[in-house]
Design a protein around this ligand. Structure first.
Ligand code: DX5
Ligand code: ZN
Length: 215
């Protein structure tokens, strides 16, 4: 059986107690930590940036799975790498054409970390087929990016098998948005092998029980 990577999103954590919240999900069995970076332009919300990643790096050895919901991702690769990100996932829609997409991927990979490409709900999976051999991870958004706690868009899950069919061995297929015990099963049965969950995990009383229920 393929291993499913659980990446709790700290967007729904208690920001006043971030270290405690990160350690708690690690204890509870999380494999990665999902960090949502939003700039108020690419998405209508502002969250956290480089200094928070840097601080988190000091207190955890979890893989820092950093989701850039920002315009001009190329400008911020180096600062996030310096801060200690292990994976940088940028949005296909934030790029200006295929040369830009390729140069963002190359820049991330040349920094020695993993590169991910993400698509919003309205973007067809075919748009990113040309890049599947270049990236380490594909992130399929199952809500409109910007906020935690939204409802899972079922149609988006149908992109998973389309990506999987074209994917080289070892490509990580991640889903993000509205993941709970039920939607997790839909996604993993369709071929996703990494699940991001924010409100489902951090909104529960027992993080371990919540994480176990996704597997
Ligand atoms: C939304 C973010 C998600 C968010 C998911 O734009 O990319 O990572 O935290 O939150 P839930 O799991 O609550 O839908
Ligand atoms: Zn995210």
């Amino acid at each position: 059986m393929n291993k499913i990577i659980i990446s709790p999103s700290i967007l729904s954590a208690d920001f006043a107690n971030l270290e405690k919240e990160v350690c708690a999900v690690k204890e509870a069995g999380a494999h990665w930590l999902h960090i949502d970076v939003m700039d108020g332009h690419f998405v209508p919300n502002i969250t956290i940036g480089v200094p928070v990643v840097k601080s988190l790096r000091r207190v955890t050895d979890l893989i820092l799975d950093t989701h850039l919901m920002i315009e001009n991702p190329d400008k911020y690769i180096e600062p996030f790498v310096q801060a200690g990100a292990d994976i940088l996932t940028f949005h296909y829609e934030a790029c200006k054409g295929s040369e830009d997409v390729k140069s963002v991927i190359t820049k991330i990979k040349n920094s020695g970390i993993k590169a991910g490409i993400s698509i919003k709900p309205k973007t067809p999976p075919e748009d990113i087929f040309p890049y599947l051999n270049e990236v380490d991870l594909v992130l399929i958004m199952t809500v409109e990016p910007g906020f935690g706690g939204q409802e899972f868009i079922h149609d988006c899950a149908m992109k998973i098998p389309k990506i999987k069919e074209q994917a080289p061995d070892g490509l990580i297929i991640q889903v993000d948005g509205g993941i709970n015990n039920l939607t997790a099963k839909i996604c993993t049965s369709l071929g996703a092998n990494s699940l991001v969950a924010g409100s489902y995990i951090y909104g529960s009383k027992d993080y371990k029980k919540a994480i176990d229920s996704l597997l």
